[in-house]
Design a protein around this ligand. Structure first.
Ligand code: HEM
Length: 607
């Protein structure tokens, strides 16, 4: 039997139609299934209109907190066919964030890829490539390297105080921008042994590499616009702002390419990000990463640390300006350690590494700032597209394709997790174990027989337990976080280090000794309590740069506050004005920066 051309065409057309119909039917069926399965959860009022309104306000992190205060520890949100279950119950959040069956919701992170030059450590799936890069770069954050970084941080903070002294108290300074510059300089040096000169450029009128702070910031705004308006924004090239967005992205890519060139031309020092990245082997080829794969990794490591650390410093100065009694306590602590400038001590001693462990109250302030203004306020969004997920000992069945959203701002600020959630209370961190949940947020029967993490707690010796509290993730492939007083240090700080299947720890992380007060093992109902606080994220995708941030913030703030008191500039319009300009553009930042006057403390010599 022979087939003529028409029959073949008809057969192909029929197959295509069947394929499309089947695809649409499966899509509709899955949407319906998700709708039905999640119907019992509260939250329908915040359907797509609610979400769009939240996105328009650019304060999606605060919207999530408002919803959680109304709907409780579990609710759902829906944007057309996209369903998300929002979780602020600490135990359930822990189960989700440590689940080996869940991965990052790539769709959400893919908006960052054009900015970062491709998929990378931050935005990629939790796969072999991620693991190779993570394992490769994690040692860059070792204790030895952090000590080395500390010297640069103190030096850069000194340059920053010089700028403030020269500018005088009357000049309004954008402290957010200056702190971003400092972070950029520190990461440039520590990570890539490259002088970015971002602080120096500020004095010279914003030329050269310093301008890349602004390029980077404007790029993040563009990424946020693309995320909000959808990918179609990128097609509207007749619009001036869209074309400008493309130009910004290109400028940013130039900065990243210059870092790669710098790495390749020199011999990067041991322990730098550059050195570590050059040693990473691509699991797909067994060869070093190609330039195309290296560029996004450089961009991710560079960007992820600048924005987060810089904005956190600015939020700290803002809150201190609003709470003079808290500032007075910080000043008293600096004075007791002979770090404060006074008329009798115009040249105090230089900040030392060991001081980080002595600045207990300043560390508590930083923890409280990261509670109220977690930089990644949107939090972590996970999904399993392949199979349904059973949670809470069988009490919850989450259909495949449903996003599980653990919003950090909400987790840290909802009333069901915290007493006096809206108050800035650094004192709460002077008590051991504050990051752990103190109460159950769901009806008691929820927890009966539900011990999701019981098998996942890394064995620790008694001595370790006395000093730290460690959680290991469900896969055993990565570390978790340990809390050391006011500092959170990555896993591996002490105790048993989880191993991957080949026996190597992909998160070999630093051991920073004696930095603060002890955390007792926190138990509730015979089980280890779950965390209600994790600004650096929970689970295997937690922040790889946590130790650098935990050193940069206290060191910088100690140097700044020992010489200046910061007042919110009138231009900000008081706390209400600050709240209005707060915006979530990948990170919790501020539209106008943080405009402040740096008033020298008595004893600071006039320049
Ligand atoms: C206050 C400072 C910081 C905070 C609060 C913070 C927070 C976070 C959070 C919440 C994540 C998880 C993001 C997600 O899954 O969506 C993350 C990931 C990451 N952070 Fe940080 N971060 C900070 C500083 C830094 C620094 C200084 C660096 C490096 C220099 C860095 C590099 C990264 C990288 C590369 C990832 C991706 C890790 C992975 O997925 O394996 N961060 N950070």
């Amino acid at each position: 039997m022979s087939l003529d051309a028409n029959s073949v065409q008809r057969a192909i057309a029929f197959a295509v139609v069947i394929f499309i119909v089947q695809g649409v039917a499966r899509f509709v069926w899955n949407c319906r299934r998700r709708s039905l399965a999640l119907k019992h959860l509260p939250g329908p009022t915040y359907g797509w209109l609610g979400i769009i309104d939240a996105l328009r306000r650019r304060q999606i992190h605060r919207s999530a907190t408002e919803w959680a205060n109304v709907f409780g520890p579990i609710f759902r949100v829906r944007l057309l066919w996209f369903h998300a279950v929002v979780i602020t119950d600490p135990e359930l959040a822990r189960e989700v964030l440590h689940s080996p069956h869940l991965d990052k919701l790539r769709y959400l992170y893919s908006f960052l890829d054009p900015f970062l030059g491709g998929t990378n450590l931050l935005t990629g799936h939790t796969d072999a490539h991620w693991k190779a890069v993570r394992k490769g770069v994690a040692p860059a954050f070792s204790a030895g390297n952090m000590r080395h970084a500390f010297k640069h941080i103190v030096e850069r903070s000194g340059v920053l105080t010089g700028i403030l002294a020269k500018s005088g108290p009357a000049r309004v300074m954008n402290m957010d921008n200056l702190l971003l510059r400092e972070s950029m300089d520190v990461i440039g040096r520590v990570g890539f042994e490259k002088e970015m000169g971002a602080l120096e450029d500020f004095m010279e009128g914003d030329v050269g590499s310093g301008a890349s702070v602004d390029v980077m910031l404007r790029c993040t705004h563009e990424v946020e616009r693309r995320a909000r308006q959808g990918p179609q924004r990128m097609l509207k090239i007749w619009r001036k702002d869209v074309r400008h967005g493309y130009r910004l992205m290109e400028q940013w890519q130039c900065v990243v390419r210059s870092l790669l060139k710098h790495m390749q031309l020199g011999t990067p020092g041991k322990g730098t990000f550059a050195h570590m990245l050059l040693r990473v082997k691509d699991p797909a080829t067994g060869q070093p990463l190609t330039d195309a794969k290296m560029l996004p990794e450089i961009a991710a490591l560079y960007f992820a640390g600048i924005d987060t650390t810089g904005h956190s410093g600015a939020w700290t100065l803002y809150l201190l300006s609003q709470y003079p009694e808290v500032e007075a306590r910080v000043v008293a602590e600096l004075d007791a350690l002979e770090l404060l400038v006074t008329p009798a001590r115009p040249q105090p001693r230089e900040l030392e590494w060991a001081d980080l462990g002595r600045l207990t109250y300043l560390q508590a302030v930083i923890k409280e700032v990261l509670r109220m203004y977690p930089p990644v306020g949107l939090g972590q969004i996970r999904v399993n597209s392949k199979r349904d997920l059973i949670l809470a000992g069988g009490r919850m069945s989450i259909p495949a394709g449903t996003a599980l959203w653990v919003p950090h701002h909400a987790m840290h600020n909802v009333h069901h997790n915290w007493d006096r959630a809206d108050d800035f209370l650094p004192e709460r961190w002077l008590e051991a174990g504050t990051e752990y949940a103190t109460r159950r947020t769901m009806p008691a029967e929820w927890y009966r027989g539900w011990a999701p993490e019981a098998a996942e707690v890394a064995p620790t010796s008694d001595a370790d337990v006395a000093q730290f509290s460690i959680q290991a993730d469900a896969t055993g492939t990565t570390g978790s976080t340990a809390s050391v007083g006011a500092l959170s240090m990555p896993a591996g700080t002490t105790g048993a280090v989880p191993q991957d299947k080949r026996g190597a720890n992909p998160n070999p992380s630093p051991a920073v000794p004696g930095l603060g007060n002890e955390i007792e093992e926190a138990e509730l109902g015979g089980r280890r309590r779950a965390k209600r606080y994790f600004p650096f994220a929970e689970g295997q995708r937690h922040c790889v740069g946590m130790s650098l941030a935990n050193i940069t913030l206290p060191a910088t703030l100690a140097v700044l506050l020992s010489r200046f008191s910061f007042k919110l500039a009138d231009e900000m319009g008081g706390p209400e004005g600050v709240l209005k300009t707060e915006q979530y553009t990948l990170i919790t930042g501020m539209a106008k920066g943080m405009l402040m006057n740096a008033v020298p403390r008595p004893g600071v010599a006039a320049e």
